[in-house]
Design a protein around this ligand. Structure first.
Ligand code: FES
Length: 154
């Protein structure tokens, strides 16, 4: 991990399931990274492609959408729409030169506190591995220089 680079990881969480799962993780005193910023939404179907792109434009290093398991969405198919949008977003990120793995979709129920903690850790690890979003130019430049100094970048 890089000491100076602290990633911003945004999680759009369905309030019916993953948001409660995050709450449970806290109640269970499970550790998950403080880099996670949570935005509760009524359903992942409410998360538009533009919301995620705006998060990246604002400097997010990784974004994830986490909703009910398939078949459990309170609005029937919101999570299925969200999954399709995340797949579309991966293509858009690739087209603009960002790594597609900066965005991901997960399914975490209200009773899966440990799974939420694992998801949060996974996305934070990715953000550390991929480095700063290029819109954070100075942070990115410093990170690249440091990576180069330790031989991680050609
Ligand atoms: Fe949870 Fe739709 S209500 S994803």
């Amino acid at each position: 991990m890089n000491q100076e680079y602290s990633p911003k990881v945004i999680g759009f969480l369905c309030r019916w399931c993953s948001y409660t799962g995050a709450d449970l993780a806290g109640a269970m005193r499970l550790q998950y990274p403080p880099e996670i910023r949570i935005i509760a939404v009524p359903c992942t179907g409410r998360v538009d492609i533009l919301h995620v792109l705006q998060a990246f434009e604002s400097g997010a290093d990784a974004v994830f959408v986490s909703g009910c398991h398939e078949g459990d969405c309170h609005y029937v198919s919101g999570n299925l729409f969200a999954r399709k949008r995340v797949e579309r977003l991966k293509g858009i990120l690739k087209e603009v030169g960002l790594e597609p793995e900066r965005v991901e979709m997960f399914h975490v129920s209200a009773s899966e506190g440990p799974k939420f903690a694992a998801v949060a850790q996974e996305m934070t690890d990715r953000a550390y591995r991929l480095g700063p979003n290029p819109v954070r130019r100075e942070v990115r430049a410093a990170w690249l220089a440091q990576q180069s100094a330790v031989g991680n970048v050609a």
